[in-house]
Design a protein around this ligand. Structure first.
Ligand code: PLP
Length: 392
């Protein structure tokens, strides 16, 4: 097997060796319970406090505004449930048509239980219809939940404008910032969100650890009711090693953000330009400018994304068609459908998402191997004939 060229970092990332090193002693040596009275446990408690400070610093929050959770999905669920519980008379939710299933399926669930949900549409470039959002936002809106950055296309949403509008109407504003944190400067003092979700495994910490930022003064109800952990806001003995890993990853992301972002963006641009210039009928999905620096989503018309993935996989190239959670089904992703990407293009979409571990040589390798793959698949496609679409 060829060495793996991993370009699926929006699905998950490699745990940074420094992060792993920081975590390791907390499995086998310092395994005390942070809630215990003895010094052995207290030592772990202090390390958790440090991790809380590190995560808070990454988004410019106060440490006590950070609640550790088991993942981005739990953070999202906790936020929406807390917002609804804090305004039991308000029966309206605003979210978008392009959210991750962690929000999309949750809001569909609440829709079935009697809430009214306004699903904000996007345009062909994945940009949010702000007029629609502002028009639907009323005093009856309990929560507005809009992702900071889309996981499939990387498109960014206008956080500041939404935060201001939600505040004016007295609605809680939550953002799923799982794909934004660690890739962009995120400052909750500048962008006035009430709650923000993040996830460890997208920023080189392990899977199974996340955090929820809850702005001081925001009404909160725990989702996991139990012990006094997390100041009673999330019961359950802490996932100590992973919390410590998340802290370290957050510190590294903050320290290296500017340098890493510039490098990743230039690799991404080289990949994107190389593909668009050398492969006919390849279309960029999503706003070219207002986008995460590591993400490019391209549709190769008239062929199946899954077939491209399989052939790339044989060469050791890992990418994704749609989000990891939706691949496995041949339905085009709900994000591309919401954007109105035509059927012949939506099926052939591939997302490449880069990280600090990608190299220029890897980009060159993909740019060399991909055009013949696309060409071969098109020769086999019933929709493709001699460089153009066959009449159907
Ligand atoms: N939100 C977004 C935008 C994501 O991309 C993901 C993961 O892909 C999640 C939420 C879920 O995060 P987790 O896997 O930590 O539950």
């Amino acid at each position: 097997m060829n060495p793996v060229i991993y370009m699926d970092n929006n699905a998950t990332t490699r745990v940074d060796p420094e992060v792993f090193q920081e975590m390791a002693p907390y499995f086998t040596d310092y395994y005390g319970n942070p809630s215990s009275m003895h010094t052995f446990g207290g030592m772990v408690g202090r390390k958790i406090s440090q991790a809380r400070e590190q995560v808070a610093a990454l988004i410019n929050a106060a440490p006590e505004e950070i609640i550790f959770t088991s993942c981005g999905t739990e953070s999202d669920s906790t936020a929406i449930r807390a917002a609804l519980a804090s305004s039991p008379d308000k029966k309206h939710i605003i979210t978008t048509r392009v959210e991750h299933p962690a929000i999309k399926n949750l809001c569909e669930h609440f829709e079935k239980t009697g809430y009214r949900v306004s699903w904000v549409p996007v345009d062909r470039a994945g940009r949010l219809d702000m007029d629609f959002l502002l028009d639907r936002l009323t005093e009856d809106t309990a929560v507005v939940s809009v992702m900071w950055a889309n996981n499939e296309t990387g498109v960014l949403f206008p956080m500041d404008r939404i935060a201001q509008a939600a505040a004016e109407r007295g609605a809680v504003f939550h953002t799923d910032a799982v794909q934004a944190v660690g890739k962009l400067p995120v400052d909750v003092k500048v962008t006035a969100v009430n709650m923000l979700s993040l996830s460890g495994h997208k920023i080189h910490a392990p899977k199974g650890i996340g955090a929820l930022y809850v702005k001081k003064g925001t009404k909160f109800f725990p989702f996991l009711i139990g012990g006094h952990q997390e100041r009673g806001r999330r019961g359950g003995t802490e996932n100590t090693a992973s919390i410590i890993g998340l802290g370290k990853a957050a510190e590294m992301a903050r320290t290296n953000l500017t340098r890493d972002t510039a490098r990743i963006r230039s690799l991404r641009d080289k990949l994107e330009n190389g593909i668009l210039e050398n492969i006919p009928h390849a279309l960029l999905n999503g706003d070219k400018e207002n986008r995460l620096p590591n993400t490019v989503n391209i549709s190769f018309e008239y062929i199946e994304g899954e077939a491209i993935l399989l052939m790339m996989d044989q060469m050791g190239i890992c990418a994704s068609s749609g989000s990891a959670c939706t691949s496995g089904s041949l339905e085009p992703s709900h994000v591309l459908r919401a954007m109105g990407v035509p059927f012949t293009a939506a099926h052939g979409s591939i997302r490449f998402s880069l990280s600090i571990y990608n190299t220029e040589e890897e980009i060159d390798f993909v740019l060399e191997k991909l055009p013949p793959i696309i060409d071969r698949l098109r020769q086999m496609s019933p929709f493709w004939k001699g460089g153009s679409c066959k009449a159907q």
